[in-house]
Design a protein around this ligand. Structure first.
Ligand code: THU
Length: 147
């Protein structure tokens, strides 16, 4: 699957977001080592702090379908939604909490997961590795000294 196809899947997933409060629609598409794809979108709540990010939503599906340790790449796209398409030229990068969740999968699978961060309208993207998005992160590898 190409990066453009992965971005398209994330942009399409964003259109299924439930984001009535922020009106910022985020989609995430996750690719497994053997080419399986899962998607997710943010899901907000009237109790604002209980909202779920698109990445967390897609990660839970990835866990069920092929296991967190088999994630190799993902795309994230966010923006407004107007007339059935995702808008905005700002590139969406994962929030701090999502970076921590992605780091968990990365360390489980010994894979420096690639994250394609795209704008809502698909006109721009940046490619990052999780090790660069959360330098000196704390993950399962840091718990090996526990008794
Ligand atoms: N959001 C995500 O889904 N992923 C991120 O990495 C950043 C933020 C969502 C949360 C909230 O529903 C909306 O975007 C505005 O913050």
């Amino acid at each position: 699957m190409t990066n453009d196809e992965l971005i398209a899947a994330a942009r399409e997933a964003a259109l299924k977001a439930y984001a009535p409060y922020s009106r910022f629609h985020v989609g995430c598409a996750i690719l497994s080592r053997d080419g399986q794809l899962v998607t997710g979108a943010n899901m907000e709540n009237a109790c604002y702090r209980l909202g779920i990010c698109a990445e967390q939503s897609a990660l839970t599906t990835a866990q069920h379908l092929f296991g967190l340790e088999n994630i190799v790449k993902m795309a994230v796209a966010g923006g407004g939604a107007a007339e059935g398409s995702l808008t905005g030229d700002g590139v969406a990068t994962p929030c701090g909490g999502c970076r921590q969740a992605i780091l968990e999968a990365a360390q489980l699978g010994s894979t420096d997961i690639e994250i394609v961060c795209a704008s809502g309208d698909g006109s721009a993207h940046e490619i990052h590795r999780i090790a660069d998005l959360i330098p000196h992160g704390f993950g399962p590898a840091n718990l090996t000294d526990a008794g």
